[in-house]
Write a protein that binds this ligand. Structure first.
Ligand SMILES: [Zn+2]
Length: 148
């Protein structure tokens, strides 16, 4: 069973590898010269081999220096295209975080709203969904007025 678990892990990394190759702009500018090392990618414009996957190639094409030398053969359009892709990835990463935060905030708000209406919800549930809603509503109102 333990060996099966580790097998699942390697399956996952293969899955992300396949996904990575599907629709990334960077793959328009590079390929994997070594199928045994998918981290290694080669620029199709200048032939430079990078070992930082497609992300590094995008930096190379976009002339985003720091991690890799800029591609001497990429055009302005190529640079902008890859720079956009890099920015998009950054925004997506940030956006996902903000989205999670928003969901969490919404959940907090939701629970507060639930607390104020929880009596009605519970009464509706206890009366059963078989009865017409009007009857349930009347009973709830009656019960609520009793509470008051
Ligand atoms: Zn290049």
């Amino acid at each position: 069973m333990a060996s099966k678990a580790s097998g699942t892990q390697s399956m996952e990394s293969t899955a992300t590898g396949a996904k990575r190759k599907s629709n990334d702009v960077g793959w328009e500018y590079c390929f994997c010269p070594d199928s045994t090392n998918l981290d290694k990618v080669q620029c199709i414009l200048c032939g430079k081999i990078c070992s930082g996957r497609v992300y590094r190639i995008k930096q190379h094409i976009a002339h985003v220096t720091g991690n890799v030398s800029p591609c001497p053969k990429s055009t302005k359009a190529d640079q902008l295209k890859c720079r956009d892709a890099l920015n998009e990835a950054k925004i997506k990463k940030k956006g996902k975080h903000e989205y999670d935060e928003a969901l969490r905030a919404e959940a907090r708000c939701g629970s507060v709203t639930d607390e104020s209406t929880i009596d009605v919800d519970e009464l509706e549930g206890s009366l059963g969904s078989m009865r017409p809603p009007n009857v349930a509503e009347i009973k709830i109102r009656r019960l609520l007025s009793l509470n008051n």
